[in-house]
Ligand binder design. Structure first.
Ligand code: ZN
Length: 462
């Protein structure tokens, strides 16, 4: 059914326009003059923007929020000690709890304006390591959670073969392991036939966990499958110095150099994190038209490091964003953090200002525009769908913000995007629409109470 939406302002082609309505069914049909539109839903005092795309998430990790912000006396805490705590939680969750925890994370995403997620999913088996009778039971629980909340999901099914190069197997990883590429592909093919993928709201990608967890032959086999079947490929790359060292030991190359020289980088490939990289590696990523996904709120929480996003963007690499560990679900915070890390590192401001400083590129929202496209179009490109904008033909996925919210009140159309990207409080998000269907109205989701209640029950058990 066609529906016109009439807010005060609509963000199209990098600018806010007034006096226009957005006409959609499940996709965007057109913009039309406000005076000519029939029976619009009037969104007074609101600005409408394309839905945010969260390209990297581990939904179940929502259960450890607030549980890892301390350390044992006289010890040093790091990514690796955090991982122990994360594994302990992962290994206790039942399928129903994985559904409920994921639904909580997806609810929080929806409330913040996220309309699609790339879910990097690595829990496959029962807590004792035995496969479920349906080897994709947990994948399907996570897809069900996204569908019940109403956001789109790219389920990036993870391949995990080993603890690491020359490492004993880790009993904490038994829920992840599919030791051979044959097993992985058999299960993946079965998932590709799942009935819940029929309507385009959910789809599948291939996610070799990391160079550490997947040996080269395995990696080549599953990436070849992904390329043949036109599936996106996501992989953790260069998040921690220890990963780089281990890769040099095994292959005498860094992870990105390995992926490049083995011909595994392509426009379908997204390197998640990409922090410890050389200029030459960035050029290789650009040459292969591959993508990078940064997760700054998680990276700062885990002490991973900061991404050289200026170098990636200037080389033409699309950079998307992910909420990753769910320490915070607010993709605009990730967007602003990209620029803020550079300011802190370089003792400068507006580092990401477009290098082409024509009048057109020097307006008040020029930097914000670049960051906002990381949170929208680059995210959609990374997870493999045509969202992230309000062009005719794009999915009707969008959100609105309250122009009187104290965090952005007083903004002009020229600097509204800079207000949104640098200062918006998540509470300013009022409506969220996915595929033409409103899933959040007036800042609330219809199933919000039930989702929160069942999540609280899990948290008290854990
Ligand atoms: Zn991750």
């Amino acid at each position: 059914m066609q529906q016109a939406w009439l807010p005060d302002l609509i963000y199209v082609d990098g600018h806010f326009r007034s006096d226009v309505a957005l006409v959609c069914d499940q996709t965007v049909l057109r913009l039309e003059p406000a005076g000519e539109t029939r029976n619009p839903i009037v969104l007074k005092n609101r600005a409408l923007l394309p839905g945010l795309v969260n390209a990297h998430s581990h939904a179940f990790q929502r259960v450890i929020r607030g549980r890892t912000e301390h350390r044992s006396p006289h010890s040093r805490d790091s990514f690796w000690t955090w991982r122990e705590q994360m594994y302990a939680a992962a290994n206790r969750l039942t399928p129903e709890e994985i559904y409920a925890a994921s639904r909580m994370a997806f609810l929080e995403m929806a409330l913040s304006g996220i309309t699609a997620v790339g879910e990097f999913h690595y829990l496959h088996h029962a807590p004792d390591g035995a496969p479920y009778s349906d080897p994709n039971m947990l994948e399907r629980e996570v897809i069900r959670a996204a569908r019940d909340v109403g956001i789109r999901i790219a389920l990036l099914r993870v391949a995990y073969a080993r603890a690491g190069f020359e490492k004993e197997s880790d009993p904490q990883q038994i829920r992840f392991i599919e030791a051979s590429p044959d097993t992985y592909l058999k299960n993946l093919e079965q998932l590709l036939r799942a009935p819940e993928l029929k309507d385009g709201a959910a789809w599948i990608g291939v996610a070799p966990h990391s160079v550490r967890a997947v040996p080269l032959d395995y990696l080549k086999t599953i990436i070849e499958f992904a390329n043949t079947h036109r599936l996106v490929v996501h992989m953790h790359v260069a998040e921690q110095p220890a990963e780089i060292e281990a890769c040099f030991k095994e292959y005498e190359r860094s992870p990105l150099a390995l992926l490049d020289t083995e011909g595994l980088l392509s426009a379908r490939f997204t390197a998640v994190h990409g922090i410890y990289v050389t200029r030459e590696e960035i050029r290789a990523v650009a040459r292969r038209q591959a993508n990078v996904c940064a997760c700054p709120t998680t990276e700062r929480n885990l002490g991973d490091g900061t991404i050289p996003v200026d170098a990636y963007l200037n080389a033409g690499v699309p950079v998307s964003l992910g909420t990753d560990s769910q320490i915070q679900i607010d993709l605009l915070e990730d967007a602003r953090e990209l620029e803020y890390h550079l300011r802190l590192n370089q003792n400068a401001r507006n580092v990401l200002a477009p290098s082409d400083e024509t009048e057109k590129n020097a307006d008040e929202s020029a930097v914000a525009r670049r960051l906002f496209s990381c949170a929208t179009t680059s995210g959609a490109l990374s997870i493999g769908f045509d969202g992230g904008s309000l062009e005719p033909g794009a999915p009707a996925d969008f959100f609105t913000v309250d122009l009187d919210d104290p965090s952005i009140a007083g903004a002009s159309p020229e600097n509204l995007l800079a207000n949104v990207v640098f200062s918006l409080s998540r509470t300013a998000v009022r409506d969220v629409v996915v595929g033409g269907r409103r899933i959040v109205a007036d800042g609330r989701h219809a199933q919000q109470e039930g989702i929160v209640t069942s999540f609280c029950q899990i948290q008290s058990r854990l």
